[in-house]
Design a protein around this ligand. Sequence first.
Ligand SMILES: Cc1cc2nc3c(=O)[nH]c(=O)nc-3n(C[C@H](O)[C@H](O)[C@H](O)COP(=O)(O)O)c2cc1C
Length: 331
Amino acid sequence: MLFRFGLDFVREDKDGRSVNLREFLGRYVVLYFFPKAGTPGCTKEARDFQQYLPELSALDAIPVGVSPDGPEALRRFAEKEGLTFPLLSDSDLSLARAYGVAKDKGVQRATFLLDRAGVVRYAWSKVKVPGHAQEVFEAVRKLHETDSFLNPLIFVRRAKRAISSEPVPQEILTRLIEAAHLAPSCFNNQPWRFVVAQGEVLERVKKALPGGNYWALPAPAIVAVAAHPEQDCRLSDNRDYFLFDCGMAVGFLMIQATQMGLVAHPIAGYDPIAVKEALGIPKDYVLITLVVIGRPGDPEKLSEKHRAIELGPRERKPLSTVLGWNRFPEG
Ligand SMILES: Cc1cc2nc3c(=O)[nH]c(=O)nc-3n(C[C@H](O)[C@H](O)[C@H](O)COP(=O)(O)O)c2cc1C
């Protein structure tokens, strides 16, 4: 189960404070819907979550109870039972409806486990209270553990060369640029400029590629990334940050592309003068990279060397040669 919604709901909490679910991003959220404060089942459920609070907090998780009760009823409930986690009032049931747990004039007992990004990773419907808090805690523990593995998108991203000529719609290309534009930059300077080449302009860009980048010729789009050194931090010791910041932006773009099943392959092999001319990039800008975009294609169309790279394992130097603990790596 993987979906993400309801983050922008603002609800009043037991203390009458407006709470946006977005506030909980960055932590695991046990969002549990309960029918009515003070009833035996809801009281036991709340007590159980309160009991697990130290263990959940240790895993960076927070229970958040939601019910159709008004804020005052929730405040009394929390006070009587000594509940210290947030309780939110969903009296118009719109949050319950968004999560599909509204029923008649109330809610069904249900729990959703959201990860740090607000994505629902586990869901329990028609919850039976005995043993539920423990089951949820076990799920949080498992999630916490698997989320400490390498990010799967980082793990599977490759600079693939087999690209199909199938067109990629503009809204998908725009999404890639949105991802890139969310990268951090020195002083938030956002030095990157992106030019998406398609159609006839793309054909001009392709003429500026050397023979070694033949594999990019079927691509339906190429994104040029350019920046001006003066439009980002320039610090002592040659620390010009425009290249660094654009690199991060391209990294974000590649991760987004991987999530969307696209190839996004940065290249340095092109004639920069010809590409700048084709795309109207001012002479004083540095054309840092082109990113070749498309859907995965047929590896059989690649040269033998490239096919071997495409289908082979990823090559990296041993970590010890690039990582030093308290001193520069020796490798
Ligand atoms: C700045 C940069 C320039 C690159 N230029 C080219 C290129 O011109 N042609 C090419 O086939 N691959 C190019 N690559 C892809 C790299 O060869 C590839 O990322 C590297 O071999 C590691 O493989 P991986 O990305 O699959 O882990 C470039 C990558 C970067 C980051």
